[in-house]
Ligand binder design. Structure first.
Ligand SMILES: Cc1cc2nc3c(=O)[nH]c(=O)nc-3n(C[C@H](O)[C@H](O)[C@H](O)COP(=O)(O)OP(=O)(O)OC[C@H]3O[C@@H](n4cnc5c(N)ncnc54)[C@H](O)[C@@H]3O)c2cc1C
Length: 377
């Protein structure tokens, strides 16, 4: 009821693919711990990587509402697969917000078509929540820049062809930061340890090293010193997408648990007849509905280009990921001992849910943004 006809059509495409192809493979993707390439190809063929990207750059010309509707469907089936979509959105966003026409044509087009993957390297060993303390440097030498440093926890690293890095071009804290695009294969760009993770095990997370990586001044994304500002605007647009994934995970766990409690019998009757079970189901349902509405609110504010979006994007991300964690944990509880066993999908969903409270800014950081807006803006 909140989606326009065109947005519903995109959602339908995603739901069909998710149900028929992605969900049946989700347990295997988790068990193997490898990138779900066949899902990635399928999503590319169906235009899901560029749902929100203007058609002149290879996208479907939709908007943020289309994107959150689509990604919820994929996440409900397989969180690892949905992270391939959201990471692409994270890599595309700085180009759409600050790229030159040439950069958009060159980089956004293949990313939106899903022909290649992209990554955004922000986090460093000593710069996590405090992104402005990043020490990776970019030094201007003639018409080039030389990049040196280390990034950690970079999604799709090694598998991506296009990388955006947050670097330091001067000593000024936030105003000394700049973004650069670096293509895979550039001399000095190498990859380290692949992380062995609790959840989203079908999504690659890796260390990245930059050692005297030489790029042209044309690889500067936005103006020098604008990197931090662009990044904050990127997060405003990507946090509702993270929230939508969390809603999807919560929904997937909820739907499975509901069908389970209808069939499971104890004390001579279906456990769905017990009021404590009904109460849990009611709470889970309310939380999912509320989380989705917050995601839709933030997404529609972005689509309407409203001025103050940040606190609402943070609310959507924070509330939806807290909901995913709570609902997935309750889904495990509703299945009893079976919920704790890998044969049942809620075990995976509970592990997958956790990361959504951590990446794209932890939920403590989201609460700081919301609190600051209320008290100090
Ligand atoms: C699977 C995975 C994928 C990721 N993908 C990417 C990626 O693609 N690109 C990328 O750049 N990064 C990525 N990250 C990094 C992620 O964004 C960071 O891990 C996250 O922002 C937190 O940083 P940190 O791990 O250094 O924790 P820290 O910043 O060290 O935080 C530790 C704890 O302290 C809390 N804390 C910190 N500061 C405050 C404060 N001021 N007030 C209250 N509490 C505070 C945090 O909330 C947290 O609970 C990924 C991480 C993971 C695990």
């Amino acid at each position: 009821m909140y989606l326009l006809e065109e947005q519903q059509m995109m959602q339908e495409v995603a739901r069909k693919i998710a149900k028929e192809h992605i969900e049946p493979k989700a347990a295997e993707v988790d068990r193997l711990g490898e990138m779900p390439w066949s899902n990635i190809r399928l999503m590319a063929e169906n235009g899901l990587f560029g749902v929100h990207v203007p058609d002149e750059y290879g996208g479907a010309g939709g908007n943020m509402m289309s994107q959150v509707a689509v990604i919820e469907e994929i996440a409900a089936a397989c969180a690892s697969t949905s992270v391939a979509l959201s990471t692409q959105a994270l890599a595309i966003a700085p180009f759409l917000l600050a790229g030159t026409e040439e950069q958009k044509k060159l980089y956004v087009t293949p990313l939106a078509k899903g022909e290649v993957l992209g990554s955004f390297g922000i986090t460093e060993p000593s710069a996590g929540s405090d992104v402005a303390s990043a020490v990776t440097t970019a030094k201007r030498v003639g018409d080039d820049y030389i990049l040196n440093g280390q990034k950690v926890f970079i999604t799709n690293a090694g598998d991506s062809e296009i990388y955006v890095f947050l670097t330091r071009t001067s000593e000024e804290r936030t105003k000394g930061m700049s973004l650069f695009v670096v293509e895979k294969g550039t001399s000095g760009l190498t990859f380290g340890k692949k992380e062995d993770k609790m959840g989203i095990r079908g999504s690659t997370t890796m260390e990245v090293f930059l050692e005297d990586v030489k790029v042209s001044k044309h690889n500067l994304l936005g103006a020098e010193g604008e990197g931090f500002k662009i990044l904050m605007n990127v997060f405003n647009e990507t946090r509702p997408v993270t929230g939508a994934q969390a809603v999807g995970i919560a929904r997937g766990a909820f739907e499975y648990a509901v069908s389970y409690v209808k069939n499971r019998k104890q004390f001579g009757k279906s456990i769905a007849n017990f009021q404590m079970i009904q109460s849990m189901v009611a709470d889970m349902s309310m939380q999912i509905e509320a989380a989705r509405l917050l995601v839709y609110k933030a997404a529609s504010m972005i689509d309407r280009k409203e001025k103050i979006v940040a606190p609402y994007s943070s609310m959507a991300k924070c509330f939806a990921s807290d909901t995913a964690m709570r609902v997935a944990t309750d889904a495990v509880q509703l299945l009893g001992g079976y919920g704790y066993i890998k044969d049942y999908p809620v075990e995976r969903m509970m592990r997958d849910a956790k990361i959504f409270q951590i990446f794209e800014g932890t939920n403590q950081i989201q609460r700081i943004i919301i609190g600051n807006h209320i008290l100090h803006d």
